[in-house]
Design a protein around this ligand. Structure first.
Ligand code: G
Ligand code: G
Ligand code: MN
Ligand code: NA
Length: 252
């Protein structure tokens, strides 16, 4: 398997595409936003999930091209949802920590401009695990934040970055990692941890998204803790662009 060369060819041939996992409001169950998740339709190996090729793309530097594809597809579909439903549906795109350099802001701002996207309809999700020096992060993301793009801390709780670091950046969203969500309804220690995460996020003016919610009892606990948003198999698996539009048309 020569994944690096394969991936370059995949980029050239347009084999990468996005699915969208809906994020719902915990209080009324309505659609809030979607997260774009990349997939690779491999000519012989079937559909490959990001865990198989994103690390390779990060090591090889092709992650920037992957990001470009995901961003452009997402913004194009988002524009289509707007034109068909009259509603802007916020989209979150994952940004690798490898991309925290001076080129990212220009690339993103140009894509927003090209698609006529209100900047606050885009969130960039940055995993906590690979968090770089505060100055590096600020230099890369500052121009985007000033334009109105939102930043979410992804997989929160799994890395080493402290809440203090997150506080300094003044970001918008904390995504509580699935490891702290799964089974909270039958584990008091986990419930306490999730409670603390939600409270810290709120104290910093951030909102919370619980990841990997796959049963109703856990969702009920999250609701009691004041977690605003939830994503996971209980609510919806990732869907294609038409699937998003179906969720968007539910409710007033
Ligand atoms: O298999 P599934 O798509 O649910 O896996 C999602 C994981 O892959 C998450 O950790 C998500 O952050 C990551 N991921 C999905 N799409 C992208 C992408 O376009 N870029 C990066 N860097 N990570 C992605
Ligand atoms: O946290 P992250 O986005 O990296 O997680 C992505 C992985 O978690 C993917 O492999 C995906 O298949 C899995 N996942 C996403 N939502 C759920 C869920 O509700 N339940 C379970 N068990 N796994 C999930
Ligand atoms: Mn994510
Ligand atoms: Na995630």
């Amino acid at each position: 398997l020569r994944l690096d060369a394969d991936l370059r060819r995949a980029l050239a041939r347009g084999e990468l595409y996005c699915v969208y996992q809906p994020v719902f409001r915990v209080d009324d169950g309505r659609l809030n936003s979607v997260e774009a998740l990349v997939r690779w339709r491999h000519p012989t190996d079937g559909v490959l999930p990001p865990v198989v090729f994103v690390p390779i793309a990060e090591a090889a530097g092709t992650i920037v091209q992957v990001f470009r594809v995901v961003l452009e597809q997402s913004l194009t579909e988002q524009r289509g949802w707007y034109e068909r439903s009259g509603r802007w549906i916020p989209v979150a795109v994952n940004l690798s920590p490898r991309q925290l350099d001076a080129t990212t802001a220009g690339l993103v701002l140009a894509a927003l401009d090209r698609n006529g996207t209100p900047p606050d309809m885009l969130t960039l999700e940055l995993t906590e695990t690979g968090m770089a020096e505060p100055e590096t992060v600020e230099n890369a993301l500052g121009p985007l934040r000033r334009a109105g793009v939102k930043i979410a801390v992804d997989d929160f709780g799994t890395g080493y970055s402290s809440m203090a670091r997150v506080a300094d950046h003044g970001w918008d969203v904390v995504k509580i990692d699935r490891a702290f969500v799964a089974g909270i309804h039958r584990d008091q220690a986990r419930t306490s941890l999730a409670d603390a995460m939600v409270k810290m996020a709120h104290a910093l003016g951030m909102v919370t998204v619980a990841e990997g919610v796959d049963n109703a009892a856990d969702l009920q606990v999250l609701s009691r803790l004041g977690c605003e948003f939830a994503q996971g198999y209980l609510l919806s698996h990732p869907v294609d662009a038409d699937g998003v539009l179906e969720f968007a048309s539910i409710g007033p």
